[in-house]
Design a protein around this ligand. Structure first.
Ligand code: AMP
Ligand code: MG
Length: 424
């Protein structure tokens, strides 16, 4: 059960700016507390619970970065070749038997420990072997092609900070340190519903006025990508009592309950009423397009005074996507104990003209293409509708237009967030 206090968001404005929403989430939501140890092979995407310090230097010993000859830099002539006696041969996984004496070189391979006395390595391509001697050219800097113990990471340095959502590279770093398991926060438990009298399950008989449920599949996929444990609770009718009962029951054993549809102002939009019956709606309407009617709340469940988070997303699939990545994802990160992500929209050139209202952030579904001059262009999907699912499948990401912007002309530089970055 997430430790969400009853007044965790308290917001009264008509349209909540995205930056305020993100700040509220950080300030008011407490992450799940339980910590478990998991083996590295089960840790991908999990959130590190405590700062992890490097148990040793990485690399653990000085070693050669190339295949070649290890030498003492002090032996080298300035401005002329130097001939050295090849004293030994050291491959990776073996140590030199003797320290390097003056006037000697040691044949060495990548990853082999630097022999005592050696400080520099010549690449084999730069050397000439004659009998049991090697001739090396002048001009190589002291320390060249040698990797020092601890140059990657010093023993005791924080290698994985608390809040890190583990990537494959993070797991490689932990493994390189000999670590076999990591303390992580428990996985989030998230329940998902669709709502709507018109929505039916794919595979079921579809009445003439019905549509198949797309949103639950979108949400399940996104939640799986996040690494949450998802409970799919099916489709709810547009009935406030049934909605209230189902959402309240789900709140009992989930950290977050997500619905789609029914949060707007239509006569059949009962999700907000249902949440207000059983818990509290803490904000409704964010300054975002598409997806403005998105709602968040707290629904009691678990210890008294605390409850599960509730997110009511709009019904149109593209609005579900946008509100999920911009509203729900930061909430999931916070609940999971993860640090906020650094989402940097990359500059691309718009090929389209666009007008928008000041005061809200808009997301334009766009495909990328390489322009003749080598630059990257964003091509807006031709149909704007938030119900158009191909606008998600046939594009690469979202052009983000800030609150202050009112119009975009073709050729303008705009910020682009790829779908991979938004759910990475
Ligand atoms: P609503 O906000 O409930 O009025 O829904 C807005 C639009 O989204 C309507 O056209 C709905 O039919 C559609 N919609 C709602 N839920 C789903 C769903 N689960 N899958 C696909 N479309 C949906
Ligand atoms: Mg509906």
């Amino acid at each position: 059960m997430a430790q969400l206090s009853d007044d965790c968001f308290a917001f009264s404005g008509p349209l909540l700016p995205i930056a305020d929403m993100e700040r509220l989430i950080i300030e008011r939501v407490t992450p799940v507390a339980e910590i478990e140890q998991v083996p590295l092979d089960g840790a991908l995407g999990r959130v590190v619970a405590l700062d992890i310090a490097a148990p040793e230097d990485l690399p653990p010993f000085d070693n050669s970065a190339v295949d070649g000859f290890a030498v003492r830099h002090a032996d080298l002539a300035t401005g002329a070749d130097t001939r050295l006696i090849i004293a030994e041969r050291v491959t990776a996984g073996h140590a030199a038997a003797h320290p390097l004496a003056r006037g000697q070189a040691i044949r060495i391979f990548t990853g082999a420990p630097m022999p005592a006395g050696a400080d520099t390595v010549f690449m084999q391509e730069d050397c000439r072997v004659e009998g049991d001697t090697v001739i090396v050219p002048p001009g190589l800097e002291r320390g060249a092609n040698s990797r020092s113990a601890g140059e990657d990471l010093r023993k005791g340095a924080i290698m994985l900070p608390a809040g890190r959502k583990l990537t494959a590279a993070d797991l490689a770093l932990a493994a390189a340190q000999g670590v076999t398991q990591l303390p992580v926060r428990r996985r989030l438990r998230v329940a998902v519903f669709s709502t709507g009298d018109e929505v039916v399950e794919p595979g079921a008989c579809r009445p003439v006025a019905a549509i198949y449920d797309a949103n639950r599949h979108l949400l399940r996929g996104l939640l799986q990508k996040f690494g949450a444990l998802v409970t799919d609770l099916g489709i709810l009718r547009d009935d406030p009592a049934a909605l209230a009962t189902a959402i309240a029951a789900a709140a009992g054993d989930h950290d977050l309950v997500i619905t789609s549809g029914g949060v707007s102002t239509g006569d059949a939009d009962h999700v907000r009423t249902a949440v207000e019956r059983i818990g509290r709606l803490v904000f409704w309407r964010v300054a975002i397009k598409p997806g403005r009617p998105v709602a968040m709340g707290v629904v009691p469940g678990g210890p008294p005074g605390y409850g599960a988070a509730f997110a009511g997303l709009p019904g149109n699939p593209a609005a579900v996507y946008v509100t999920f990545v911009r509203v729900v994802w930061p909430l999931l990160l916070r609940l999971a104990g993860a640090a906020p992500r650094q989402l940097i929209a990359l500059p691309v050139r718009a090929t389209f003209a666009y007008r928008k209202r000041k005061g809200r952030r808009e997301y334009v579904r766009a495909a990328l293409r390489r322009a003749a001059d080598g630059g990257v262009e964003a091509v807006k999907f031709p149909r704007d509708g938030a119900g158009v699912i191909t606008s998600l499948t046939e594009t690469d990401g979202l052009v983000e237009l800030g609150e202050e912007a009112t119009q975009i002309a073709p050729g303008a530089i705009v910020g682009f967030l790829s779908y991979a970055a938004l759910t990475g």
